[in-house]
Design a protein around this ligand. Structure first.
Ligand code: GLA
Length: 385
């Protein structure tokens, strides 16, 4: 975990002013993949990797944004901010400023230092952590009072519109509304959510395959387009199907033959994943860890075979995990095509599990994986002195 005092000090040294500091976490998704933009259900947890946004106001009409991770800095006149992405890390904070202004928030001049330890390209939502921490920090300089769920929607707009990745609401929502020691079941249509406690004798172990993934462009957007295509075909028969959330397996059995084979599989994944996610939340709430674990394994198979968003390394990682003592469930988490697996592990076995998983994965793939023993953490907040 990063030390917030280091971030404060770096900010003071660079900008000569004492900052206020806001934190937003990364996340791991326990179950519910590519269901958010289908208005379905997801069940992520915020984790103890975060981005700190240290901010101080000044009055020279400029904004300065420094990234301690990239050792780089940008500065603009408030009147001359770029209107769209320039393909740079600063797209994320600048996208947030753009959305705030669109919504009528008067953004003042400021200096901002971003400093985080959410692994980048690992499927743990480092970008949402940057967006949400930036928004919380900038809002602290204004009179605007924006509730957390709306902040999540605004940060998503920054990512969709400004940065150009057509992601759903999950990552920004959990970065805003996550709670210590809880998973969050989110209805991505109504944005109603329930917090389900993670039992104290269970650990979240995140295993990084070290295969990088990226959202901006690429396969994520292709998959999303296929899901839209499947939805459109079903909608022709049942116009009340606005999103796949409204479709059932019976619909698919009836009209799936009109879909190209790939589209049929993507559609099937989303419909079955929604059902698994709701069942998983019930299982977690009843303390039925065995059912929860089975649902996670089934979700991985569906992600691998129907959504075709896994990769060889992730399949190996899940398979190896499933053989280890104390493993309740394992699957590839996040947008897909690399990144991390999430493992629910009995606390008493978690250390040995992590050591063994690292070793076995190295034997099979030759890759040194990062394995993180995490715990579910709080959403966006100000870090007190
Ligand atoms: C990424 C996106 C999310 C979600 C997941 C897949 O993390 O940002 O909105 O679609 O992929 O579940």
């Amino acid at each position: 975990m990063l030390d917030v005092n280091v971030t404060r000090k770096l900010h003071e040294e660079r900008f000569g002013l004492k900052p206020r500091v806001f934190a937003a976490p990364g996340r791991v998704n326990i179950i519910g993949e590519h269901t958010d933009y289908a208005d379905g259900f997801v069940m992520p947890a915020a984790i103890d990797f975060a981005t700190f946004a240290a901010i101080s106001a000044h009055d020279d009409g400029r904004i300065e944004v420094r990234s301690e991770n990239y050792h780089d800095e940008v500065a603009y006149e408030l009147s001359g901010l770029p209107e769209r992405r320039i393909g740079h890390w600063s797209d994320y904070p600048l996208g947030v400023i753009s959305v705030l202004r669109e919504d009528g928030v008067e953004v003042p001049a400021f200096s901002l230092t971003l400093h985080g330890d959410v692994p980048v390209g690992a499927g743990l939502s480092s970008s949402a952590a940057v967006e949400v921490s930036t928004m919380a920090a900038v809002l602290s300089l204004t009179d605007a009072r924006i509730p957390l769920p709306r902040m999540a929607q605004m940060c998503r707009r920054a990512e969709n519109g400004y940065v150009g990745a057509s992601t759903g609401i999950m990552d920004q929502f959990i970065a805003c509304c996550g709670a210590e020691n809880h998973a969050l079941l989110l209805d991505c249509r109504s944005l109603e959510y329930r917090l389900a406690p993670i039992p104290p004798d269970v650990r979240l172990v995140i295993a990084n395959t070290m295969v990088k993934h990226s959202h901006a462009g690429g396969e994520y957007n292709t998959r999303r387009a296929e899901v839209e295509e499947g939805t459109e075909i079903l909608r022709r028969h049942r116009p009340e199907i606005r999103k796949l959330r409204d479709a059932t397996m019976a619909d698919l059995e009836r009209w799936g033959n009109e879909m190209p084979p790939g589209v049929l599989k993507r559609t099937r994944h989303v419909i079955t994943e929604n059902a698994r996610t709701v069942a998983a939340a019930d299982a977690l709430e009843c303390g039925d860890l065995e059912t929860l674990g089975q649902l996670m394994y089934a979700a991985h198979v569906s992600y691998r075979d129907d959504f075709e968003a896994s990769c060889h390394e992730a399949d190996v990682m899940v398979e190896l995990a499933s053989k280890e003592e104390g493993c309740i469930g394992a699957r590839l988490t996040g947008g897909g095509f690399g990144g991390c697996t999430v493992n629910l592990v009995k606390a008493a076995c978690a250390r040995q599990f992590s050591v063994n998983l690292y070793k076995r994965y190295r034997e099979v793939t030759g890759i040194d994986a990062d394995v993180y023993l995490c715990h579910a953490s709080a959403g966006a907040h100000e870090v007190d002195l």
